[in-house]
Design a binder for this molecule. Structure first.
Ligand SMILES: *[C@@H]1O[C@H](CO)[C@@H](O)[C@H](O)[C@H]1NC(C)=O
Ligand SMILES: *[C@@H]1O[C@H](CO)[C@@H](O)[C@H](O)[C@H]1NC(C)=O
Ligand SMILES: *[C@@H]1O[C@H](CO)[C@@H](O)[C@H](O)[C@H]1NC(C)=O
Ligand SMILES: *[C@@H]1O[C@H](CO)[C@@H](O)[C@H](O)[C@H]1NC(C)=O
Ligand SMILES: *[C@@H]1O[C@H](CO)[C@@H](O)[C@H](O)[C@H]1NC(C)=O
Ligand SMILES: *[C@@H]1O[C@H](CO)[C@@H](O)[C@H](O)[C@H]1NC(C)=O
Ligand SMILES: *[C@@H]1O[C@H](CO)[C@@H](O)[C@H](O)[C@H]1NC(C)=O
Length: 686
């Protein structure tokens, strides 16, 4: 039966191919077709809605073809060695076959395993949908000392009738008894597009531009990090003097839903659509790469970017694990060639993204490891806040970010990297719903823009298929010991509200000039600190200074000449009319990033050998070098006995004590001084 159907649609598609050949014959060979012919091709083929063809005639190739998109795989390796969209080659055919479309894993301190499969299987082959699998089974007898990571990986691809693109997902598994993995830094999917075609890149409405080429970078000058390149001799002179750095195109995972490239000559777009963030690691605020010069488009599943080694995945010997990454949708689109084609293609890609989001979770994947919607559960409720120094009564956790992740401490989801996470945002009343949660045990977590700290619901949440859990009247009591005396910044986990200097005119990325809201993504801003504070470090006087103009976005090291970098000490001066005695004041110190840093606090005595507080050595998120404005979030509640304070002017000294490199330091999120709770709440706030 299955076979007969297969023959039926094979014949059907042979007929369509014949038609195509006849059509082409009337217009010369394919290579000679003018763009006019290509355009008419584009307009006739979609109406045909031919079924999905699965071809394996050549034993070294597997081809999926639905008349719109044709994807060619190596067999059994499972590399995507060609994508044709309406007859146009999309991938860079000048690259080796294993360097066009592939998955890879980085482990063992920079060993790349490209997960070349050893077995091809047809999962389904129907006219409406084909799903194929390229499997690499780990061989335990390899033991340690191999570059093959101890994972069994099943790379799946799905093409549907009429679909203008294909789905890809991967099932990664470890079994009991396999060797340990110390450091899996990265899992991703990569597409390298044809260099001659794709020159325009887009990842949001305000982040898109014409891009330099890989050759331009080759002729450029490497800057302080090898990914950053000054374009000294680009083929397009407009780019001369600009900086290119793939990290300038990073985005928070929650917003990383569609990005890709446009060929303006052909008026064709190539897009990576990621309808859900459930399989990425570290929660919705972790940033990662998107597309970059190559032209390259990534789907980042696991990485240490903007987080550091804390996000490295480690497995103990014998530790079992299974996780599904994806599906993601590789989407192709086209538009009539015109002045507006970029806008049309980008808008259409966003529209398609919304469609995929709406269809999530997909119900057409064949792996039982990917639960469909009816096999999932949901959680809803309302989160309120109790902070009597903001409001005597409970008030809603407006726009709270709420999520389910592996059970743990409040905020542990930032470092969680083996399970799935499910996040959403509450409405103004703090009401929320989190749908499509895979069965399992979770903690419920939240953080609220404008409020410090992390919320965690005390009990574990168990999701079963179809479960609908109600969490009513959740109350978050954020860290708070007394009334606010003063505050610097906004508790929103970024340093974007602070002083972000103008970039060097000789080191611009022109995308981020003109008041761009992400001007912090310019290259080299860290070096402006030494220029703005050539002799003395930053001093901030409460009630006189304002954080937008007077608080540098990062407390970086100072270059004292000869590439010697030393830590710095910033001061906050504030006046107390009245010291409540006895009692503790509290300094709420929230960091948006830390990189190889140690933050020390001293009160009213800079030369105290023992700091009143030290964070000890923390952080490796590298957000300074990678223009990220935030990495991981840290909160320290530092108690300050009133005996250390005095009436009149007081000084808090914030020392970043570690030196040695340029990209060492911290970014602050928010700082608040609270009086002791016994203090009369009518204390004058200065
Ligand atoms: C969830 O936790 C319960 C109780 O601790 C345990 O019995 C159950 O196996 C767990 N379920 C999953 C899916 O881990
Ligand atoms: C939840 O809060 C509402 C409004 O404050 C109240 O009417 C209701 O009784 C509370 N429910 C529970 C279960 O505490
Ligand atoms: C940038 O913003 C400032 C203040 O918002 C405004 O005065 C200025 O005109 C803007 N410049 C550009 C080029 O948009
Ligand atoms: C920098 O190093 C050179 C050679 O080691 C030395 O001659 C010079 O005095 C140093 N300059 C500073 C400012 O330390
Ligand atoms: C200091 O606080 C005490 C008790 O709260 C109050 O009586 C006194 O007036 C305050 N003094 C000043 C200078 O604010
Ligand atoms: C004040 O802080 C110190 C150090 O954190 C702590 O030991 C002490 O118990 C606190 N005192 C009060 C009254 O909270
Ligand atoms: C400041 O700390 C230093 C070193 O611990 C100490 O010698 C000095 O007396 C302190 N100064 C004051 C005013 O407490």
């Amino acid at each position: 039966m299955e076979k007969m159907r297969k023959w039926g649609w094979l014949l059907g598609s042979l007929a369509s191919m014949l038609l195509l050949v006849l059509f082409l014959a009337g217009h010369g060979t394919y290579d000679e077709t003018t763009s006019q012919v290509r355009r008419s091709l584009r307009s006739i083929i979609p109406r045909r809605q031919q079924g999905v063809n699965l071809l394996t005639r050549d034993p070294k190739r597997v081809v999926l073809d639905n008349g719109i998109v044709k994807v060619i795989f190596s067999n059994p390796g499972g590399y995507v060695i060609g994508i044709q969209y309406r007859g146009l080659d999309i991938l860079e055919m000048g690259n080796e076959e294993n360097n066009r479309g592939y998955w890879d894993v980085v482990w063992k301190k920079n060993i790349t395993d490209k997960l070349e499969a050893t077995k091809f299987r047809v999962i389904t082959a129907r006219p409406d949908q084909a799903e194929i699998s390229f499997l690499r089974t780990y061989d335990v007898s390899l033991g340690n000392g191999t570059n093959t990571i101890p994972l069994t990986v099943d790379k799946r691809y799905i093409l549907q009738r009429g679909g203008s693109g294909f789905y890809a997902y991967g099932i990664f598994e470890r079994l009991d008894g396999w060797p340990a993995v110390q450091d899996m830094d990265q899992i991703r999917m990569v597409y390298k597009l044809e260099q001659a075609k794709f020159h325009y890149m887009a990842l949001s409405d305000t982040r898109q531009r014409s891009m330099p080429t890989a050759a331009d970078r080759g002729r450029g000058q490497k800057l302080a990090y090898k990914e950053a390149c000054l374009l000294t001799n680009p083929s397009n002179p407009d780019f001369r003097g600009e900086v290119d750095d793939k990290y300038q195109y990073s985005i928070e995972d929650k917003d990383n839903k569609v990005h890709g490239w446009i060929s303006t000559d052909e008026s064709v777009g190539f897009w990576m659509i990621t309808p859900s963030d459930e399989f990425r690691t570290g929660g919705p605020f972790k940033q990662d790469l998107t597309s970059h010069v190559g032209p390259t488009t990534l789907s980042m599943f696991v990485s240490t970017h903007y987080a550091g080694k804390e996000l490295q995945i480690k497995f103990e010997e014998g530790e079992a694990w299974k996780k599904v990454f994806g599906p993601v949708f590789v989407y192709l689109n086209s538009a009539p060639i015109s002045k507006n084609s970029i806008r049309i293609l980008w808008n259409d890609a966003k529209k398609q993204m919304l469609k995929e989001v709406k269809n999530w979770p997909y119900n057409f994947t064949q792996s039982e490891d990917f639960p469909s919607s009816h096999q999932r559960g949901s959680v809803l409720g309302q989160l309120l806040i109790h902070d009597r120094y903001i409001n005597e009564s409970l008030f809603p956790a407006s726009s709270a970010h709420v999520g389910l992740a592996a059970p743990g401490e409040g905020g542990s989801w930032q470092r969680e990297n083996k399970g799935y996470q499910f996040w959403n945002q509450a409405n103004e009343e703090g009401r929320f719903i989190i749908k499509n949660v895979r069965p399992g045990n979770y903690s419920f977590y939240a953080w609220v823009p404008g409020i410090v700290g992390d919320y965690k619901y005390e009990a574990d949440i168990t999701i079963t298929p179809g479960s609908n859990i109600k969490l009513d009247n959740l109350t978050y009591e954020p860290p708070r010991n007394g009334p606010t005396l003063w505050e610097i910044g906004i508790p929103d986990r970024t340093a974007a509200e602070f002083y972000v200097p103008d970039p060097y005119p000789t080191l611009l990325n022109n995308l981020y000039t003109q008041n761009h809201s992400e001007n912090f993504r310019q290259y080299g801003l860290w070096a402006r600190y030494g220029e703005r504070y050539p002799h003395n470090d930053l001093v901030y006087t409460v009630a006189i200074n304002n954080y937008h103009d007077d608080w540098f976005y990062a407390q970086v090291t100072r270059n004292t000449g000869n590439e010697t970098y030393v830590g710095t000490t910033w001061q906050i001066l504030f006046e107390l009319h009245n010291v409540t005695n006895p009692g503790n004041y509290t300094l709420q110190l929230a960091l948006a990033s830390a990189n190889n840093a140690e933050l020390q606090v001293r009160i009213n005595n800079k030369s105290d050998e023992q700091p009143h507080f030290s964070s000890k050595l923390i952080g490796g998120d590298n957000a300074i070098a990678r223009h990220g404005i935030h990495g991981l979030y840290w909160l320290f509640s530092v108690e300050i006995p009133s005996s250390l304070l005095k009436e009149g002017i007081n000084t808090v000294y914030l020392t970043q004590a570690r030196g040695g490199e340029t990209f060492q330091g911290v970014m602050y999120d928010y700082i608040r001084l609270e009086a002791p709770s016994s203090h009369t709440d009518s204390q004058v706030v200065i």
